[in-house]
Design a protein around this ligand. Structure first.
Ligand SMILES: Nc1ncnc2c1ncn2[C@@H]1O[C@H](COP(=O)(O)OP(=O)(O)O)[C@@H](O)[C@H]1O
Ligand SMILES: [Mg+2]
Length: 257
């Protein structure tokens, strides 16, 4: 089995704050990886590094046949930008809060990436954009503006938007944590549906029950290292490390004993 996503020895600091301290990660095509961990453990920095929104100091990221060795990346210049752009094109990212353009309709938001960034023909992008909105259950909302949509609907447009560039891997950074509780389910259902359809996903979430259902593997991060990883039945169902046990107790029984 060869993995679609391979991360080796990834390190990233902000000043003297060593946020990622040698992360390894393998994900096979068509699988879902869930990242769990306390606030500040480096989950967002890891996802952003996969999408090159952050540039690690050392280590490698490979998605498909595009690999960047961050330790060997030129400090500046065209070769650096080319490498980062090539890796960035392999993933799409969905943030905690959608970053939709308020002056564009749902459909225009979805096709903006393919048309503007990738230079794809507009009619083709529009047809695909409509299909993506249908996939996230929003075919009726194509010509609505973000302000006319609920938070859950906006987040689903954000998901369609991330898929529109045809990424190999879809990254989700706490996609439901900014939503009102009654809107969480519809967004998780869409993510579960994508996973079932064979999209390769890496998902940061505190929804442990959802993680158990969707994940092929779970990584528990703390202090910028992977403390424990394995299938959800192991990491969530029978965690071996004390730090993992403590974290799960806290998220599963907030305020409890
Ligand atoms: N752009 C940044 N500049 C400086 N420090 C940052 C930046 N992004 C994250 N950090 C720091 O990195 C650490 C890990 O943050 P983050 O990756 O957001 O963790 P998590 O997503 O697990 O909560 C925190 O100490 C945070 O303050
Ligand atoms: Mg985060």
């Amino acid at each position: 089995m060869t993995s679609l996503l391979t991360v080796r020895g990834l390190t990233k600091s902000f000043g003297d704050n060593h946020v990622l301290r040698g992360i390894d990660l393998d994900a096979e095509a068509g699988t879902s990886t869930v990242l769990l961990g306390p606030s500040g453990s480096g989950k967002t920095t890891l996802l952003r590094s996969l999408d090159t929104l952050e540039v690690p100091e050392a280590g490698t990221v490979r998605i498909g046949d595009v690999e960047v060795d961050f330790g060997a990346l030129p400090a500046k210049g065209r070769a650096r930008e080319q490498q980062l752009r090539a890796l960035r094109a392999q993933s799409g990212i969905v943030f905690q809060q959608h970053h939709l353009f308020p002056h564009m309709t749902a459909l225009e938001n979805v096709v903006e990436g393919p048309v503007t960034a990738q230079g794809r023909p507009k009619d083709e992008a529009l047809a695909e954009g409509r299909a993506l909105l249908e996939q996230v259950g929003l075919s009726e909302k194509a010509s609505q503006y973000p302000s006319e949509l609920s938070g859950g609907q906006q987040q689903r447009v954000g998901i369609a938007r991330a898929l529109a560039i045809k990424p190999r891997v879809v990254l989700f950074d706490e996609p439901t944590s900014a939503l009102d509780p009654e809107l969480v389910g519809e967004v998780l259902a869409v993510i579960k549906d994508l996973a079932a359809q064979g999209w390769t996903t890496v998902i940061v979430t505190h929804e442990v029950r959802f993680a158990e259902q969707v994940a092929d593997q779970v990584l528990f991060l703390d202090g910028g290292v992977v403390v424990e990883h394995g299938p959800p039945s192991q990491v969530i169902g029978d965690p071996q490390q004390e730090r993992t046990q403590r974290f799960l107790r806290r998220v599963l029984h907030p305020g409890g004993a």
